[in-house]
Design a protein around this ligand. Sequence first.
Ligand code: SAM
Length: 312
Amino acid sequence: MSTDNRSFKKLRISLTDTCNMACTYCVPDGDAGGIRAQLKPRLEVSEMIDLLAKLHKELGLKKVRITGGEPLLFPGIVKLVAEIKHLGIDDIAITTNAFYLSNLAPRLKEAGLKSINVSLDALDTEVFKAITRKDMLQQCLLGIDEAIKQGIKLKINSVIIKGVNENQILPLIAFGIQKQVKVRFLELMKMGYLHNNYLQHFVSQNEIIEIIKGAYVIEKQLRVPSATANYWKLEEEDYAFGIIANESEPFCKDCDRLRLDSYGKIYGCISATKGIDIKGKHDLKPLLTEAIQQKQRFKFIGNQMSMQFIGG
Ligand code: SAM
């Protein structure tokens, strides 16, 4: 499916909008992430697979990333991974906060999961609590260890928030070196309830780089086409960290991602506010054309919807 030389090759599914954490930049209060959102997924595994099979037939998907909300809360998560593998899609990834990973990593691996992005914004218990509103750090660290033990490829993603966790940047790099996992720092995106006042919490790519330069000599690497992150190599270590700089260095121009939410709606862009319903539709072609027209050419323009719904 291609318009304006754009095409969808990667799919992100937001399996559920429920989360067991309530990160301050994602939801306005401690309850909004979890209890008020429904635990029951909108689509059953079979419906989800049906939609996926149709999308794969149209698009020849190269990669599926499962996210949310917290995707490991979805009761059929292991089955879903196995079914995606059966569709012939090998590159299956999950984005998770890792809380349930110590339990689920072996079964996810067996089902065919290839890689995991763990969202971890702090290694200090109090900073972690201040951001997530939950005392869950130790369990998340156990989850990370289990996934590494299972041989699942793992990366850490950390959103940096002004005055909150800049002091976690260097510990996170040290953690990445110690565990031999890539750490990527994320610029805060103008989404959800922070849409109009995100700048007061925003830390730029340059500010992150300056902090790292205080401890390491670094060299920027060439960007891989359609990649979200820029990477820098540390001179004194065989290690590279990344920055996903939505604002400072937008990567819209070659983005090939399509999103599917837990209600069966697709979004051609993370800036799109209107989902396109594909549930029960036989011909997806015109709907995918509509979705590709939602793509931004140059820059993320923001979204009033929280990442919890559209899938981070
Ligand atoms: N619960 C899972 C997790 O924690 O990874 C998946 C969903 S979560 C919404 C996905 C990612 O979106 C997390 O890394 C989170 O930090 C990030 N995120 C949420 N809101 C964001 C924002 N406004 N700007 C940048 N990243 C954001």
